[in-house]
Write a protein that binds this ligand. Sequence first.
Ligand SMILES: N[C@@H](CCC(=O)N[C@@H](CS)C(=O)NCC(=O)O)C(=O)O
Length: 224
Amino acid sequence: MSYKLILGNRRYSGWSLRAWLLFKHFGIDCVHEVVPLYTEEFERFRKDCIPARQLPTLIVTEAGSRQVIWDSLSIVELLNERHPDVGIWPSCHRLRAAARSLCAEVHSGFTALRSKLPVNLDRRYTTFTPDGEAANDIERICGLWNWARTEFQCGGPYLFGENMSAADVFFTPIASRFRTYSIALDDRSRTYADLLLHHPAVVEFVRAAKQEVWKMEHNEFDLN
Ligand SMILES: N[C@@H](CCC(=O)N[C@@H](CS)C(=O)NCC(=O)O)C(=O)O
């Protein structure tokens, strides 16, 4: 069995960062390719990887057959099924259920944060003020981080104890938004966000992102 992970522009693709970190942190081998969004290459990717429409996408090749898996949450579940010993989800069922709820909310929610603070791993805005909806998302996220620690008392430094789980992986691009837009955080949330961003696989991803040449207008704006 082999994996090929197709990523969007690292600079802008928080979803791709999740998939990348998942493979790297849990030590699962894959080859990867970057397909710049909204280019001819991206159109070719869509034709080659039907029915996937978005990145990241995973191609699993096994016994001569090729399967396309798309959407970061289903990539998490596929890897969890195939690599049950690496600890993608916490081992305790209560923690696992909570971790899944957090991932599900990240996956389907925080739309204001996503649209108004687009991922840009190569920018740092120092005068950005989130509007009310985005501020609500930020407050909710920090509230969830604190809730997980208080509710389960796992110690840390990750949400569910000593080990990173898929929940921490899912919050990593959010931590990158907090850094890009210089969002003020309480001390505990700041320490946690910094921990995620200092992960060697994230540092490697950000370094590569800074070398990319493709630019997307939506994610590149100037503040006066
Ligand atoms: N729910 C998807 C979201 C993936 C996503 O939105 N990918 C963006 C890049 S970060 C994309 O491919 N955008 C191109 C498009 O939507 O046409 C996931 O979890 O993987």
